[in-house]
Design a protein around this ligand. Sequence first.
Ligand code: HEC
Ligand code: HEC
Ligand code: HEC
Ligand code: HEC
Length: 373
Amino acid sequence: MKIFFTVLGAAVAFFLTVAMIGLTDWDRPPLAVQQNGYRGTAMAQVHTREAVAEKKEANLAPAPADPAEPGDDLAGTTYENVQVLKNVSVNEFNRLMVSMTEWVSPEQGCTYCHNTENMADDSLYQKKVARRMLQMTQHLNSDWKDKHTGGAGVTCYTCHRGQPVPANIWFTDAGPNRPGGFTARNNGQNLAKSSVGLASLPYDTLTEYLADKTIDNNVIRVNSTTALPTTKGKPIQDAEKTYGLMIHMSEGLGVNCTFCHNTRAISNWSQSTPQRTTAWHGIRMVRDINGNYLEPLTSTFPPNRLGALGDVPKVNCTTCHNGQNKPLNGAHVVDAYPELTKSTETASATPPAVPANPPTMPATPAQPAPAPQ
Ligand code: HEC
Ligand code: HEC
Ligand code: HEC
Ligand code: HEC
């Protein structure tokens, strides 16, 4: 009998172990570890090599179209109703139309944006939205180049990935659909939402921090800047909202907190990685996209594209990054499309200037010398 139970126990333990390794989301070696801070600071990204390879495969940038034949005719003079790409040659213009179709509506084709009886006609909302998207893309590749989009740049594909509606968009959360109950005032919390990693954190942090161009520059900061309190400080609820946003940013980029922070001094800029500065500008860039480009299109979109509260679909870090620290494996996607790298907007439409630098945080106070033994 004793032998029977020993064998049974061993068999059960064996199968449970196999199930644990084989079925759950267990990080099977070999691992790919990338150090991103000084030695000894435990600032590293740990992924399985398999996951890294899968992610790379899922984020391949499409090959650029063959270069256009040279030609002097300009789209603005040849066609009837070209407003943004006026100074682009007709050949280059047509090449871009073909690429845009591949990037945004490969199944629907030109007719997704055009009334093919008359290509100059603006009756489809898709064409009006696409025109604004052209200006937005030019703006992202020019005015945000130094601060965020860098050498890689963005094309329509960065967000759209072959679909008219990008996979990662969001709307303001209308909140729970119940009038009262045990936790009538839930403080915006305790409703699992994927944007905050299904944690019990405030579920509408994206609206709070990314929806609008006029959001206060210091709203995300919650750490005190002095060793002892000098003012009342921010409530714990604000810290929870900040954490919610940080979880979104980490998941959007497929990294952990130490990609940007040295967690012994989260708010300290001098101990943070350069990527944190890029991320700081990224937050402002997303507010610019949502506030200056998408929000004004509210009445252009048909009602079925709007959220429960009638708000436009919006962009967050995941829309471009899709789980990678550099979208599309860091490919320089815009090099082959110079017409998407120059802003053609008139001065009045240009959003307010980007602040020069992230606010400098006071340095960590010097540590007192250790007491003599
Ligand atoms: C995702 C939307 C979209 C798709 C798909 C698209 N276009 Fe366009 N097209 C536009 C926009 C926006 C303009 C206006 C550009 C501007 O104002 O600078 C335009 C303008 C044009 C014009 C100029 C018409 C005129 O007389 O003013 C032609 C020609 C054209 N497109 C051809 C095509 C062809 C051919 C295809 C398919 C291979 C195509 N487009 C696919 C959005 C699109
Ligand atoms: C920063 C991300 C981003 C980039 C870059 C981008 N788009 Fe969009 N686009 C969006 C979002 C978000 C929407 C709203 C989704 C929706 O319509 O529900 C959208 C909507 C559209 C729509 C309307 C789709 C529909 O049926 O509602 C068209 C057409 C479009 N984009 C064309 C373009 C073109 C063309 C380019 C490149 C010149 C481009 N987009 C670049 C994010 C982007
Ligand atoms: C991609 C870079 C990035 C990642 C990843 C990241 N953060 Fe942040 N974090 C920032 C930036 C940028 C700010 C400053 C935002 C601002 O001031 O507008 C910030 C601010 C903060 C603050 C407020 C600091 C202050 O001054 O009060 C806290 C707390 C914080 N992060 C915690 C976290 C935690 C916890 C994680 C992991 C879940 C994380 N962060 C992941 C970039 C990042
Ligand atoms: C319009 C598309 C777009 C959006 C939206 C976007 N990014 Fe980026 N981001 C990029 C591109 C493109 C790069 C690569 C730049 C380069 O190659 O130099 C990048 C690079 C970065 C990097 C540097 C990565 C590295 O390894 O050096 C960080 C950090 C980053 N983004 C954070 C963010 C955060 C946080 C958000 C949301 C608040 C965000 N981004 C939203 C396009 C975007």
